[in-house]
Design a protein around this ligand. Structure first.
Ligand SMILES: N[C@@H](CCC(=O)N[C@@H](CS)C(=O)NCC(=O)O)C(=O)O
Length: 219
């Protein structure tokens, strides 16, 4: 049974879509039109009561949380080596980065994109002003990690965590200081965007922004 990915272009579903393509895993896409609130409609809430994308129907069962979906997909296809196996010495480091991105970095973007959520509409601009430097501090630390042990988060080894990091970096493209202003992150982004499946992903999701050259981010 083919997995079905419920997605919205450029949203947190993007990285799950990207990994499915990298794995060459047959799948179907189901567009969730978040501009009309389709993610809060009863039929979608029956799949994912959180009312967000992504949802991946795997073996007939709807699953949510992008990071968990990445780990599941990568673990289920050891041949592609996008996740160190459970007894691999690098497993702990891989899990550390997956959870760091999921717990420390991605929630800051939730505040950036939905600044009304923490304290209401009246304080939205205050929330944004406070969250931007916190996201920048994440880039500072991640850039230092790549400087110390790059070009990927686990050194020479490309894992699901790298696709995840690239998606989060993409989300910063319109921020005062996008992630690509940090040199090692910029080199990392170039490498990830050069992957043939990145172009495929963009074609399928109809995306154009943050497609390639650094000039696109500084404009
Ligand atoms: N922790 C969730 C977060 C998902 C999430 O916040 N998705 C956003 C798009 S990036 C969404 O669906 N927003 C619509 C809404 O909140 O109504 C995950 O990683 O899957």
């Amino acid at each position: 049974m083919e997995p079905v990915l419920y997605y919205s272009p450029g949203a947190a579903s993007l990285v799950v879509h990207w990994l499915l393509l990298e794995l060459g895993a047959p799948h179907r896409l189901h567009l969730v039109d978040t501009s009309t609130g389709a993610q809060k409609a009863p039929d979608y809430l029956a799949l994912n009561p959180n009312g967000v994308v992504p949802t991946l129907v795997l073996d007939g069962v709807p699953r949510f949380e992008a990071a968990a979906l990445l780990m599941t997909l990568a673990d289920r296809d050891p041949q592609h080596r996008f996740a160190p196996a459970i007894d691999d010495p690098q497993r702990a480091e891989y899990q550390q980065w997956m959870f760091h991105l999921a717990n420390a970095v991605q929630p800051l973007f939730r505040q950036w994109w939905y600044p009304n959520e923490p304290a209401g509409e009246a304080l939205a601009e205050t929330v944004r002003a406070n969250v931007a430097p916190r996201i920048e501090a994440c880039w500072e630390r991640l850039d230092a990690q790549l400087a110390k042990q790059g070009p990927y988060l686990l050194g020479d080894r490309l894992t699901a965590a790298d696709f995840y990091l690239a998606m989060l970096m993409r989300w910063s493209r319109g921020m005062p200081r996008p992630a690509t202003q940090w040199p090692h992150l910029a080199a990392f982004a170039q490498m990830m965007r050069a992957r043939p499946m990145f172009a495929e992903l963009y074609a399928r999701e109809g995306l154009t922004e943050w497609a390639n050259a650094p000039a696109a981010q500084t404009a």
